[in-house]
Design a protein around this ligand. Structure first.
Ligand code: SF4
Length: 58
């Protein structure tokens, strides 16, 4: 994961199934990695822009 930071960003996230989610609206990590689903190349947002830092609560 890159350590570079462009400006000051805040991560808003509603993925409550992730262990890093905070109160259904934020992320407790200081940075995340956004990445495409492996070998998809579909051009669809649901495939191309996933949170690669996601970890299930379960
Ligand atoms: S790691 Fe990703 S999915 Fe999990 S809370 Fe943070 S931004 Fe959301």
């Amino acid at each position: 994961m890159s350590g570079k930071r462009a400006g000051t960003q805040t991560i808003g996230c509603r993925v409550t199934s992730c262990r890093y989610n905070s109160e259904g609206s934020g992320c407790s990590l200081s940075k995340i990695e956004v990445e495409p689903s492996p070998n998809c190349h579909s051009g669809e947002a649901c495939d191309e822009s996933l949170c690669g830092s996601y970890v299930s609560r379960n």
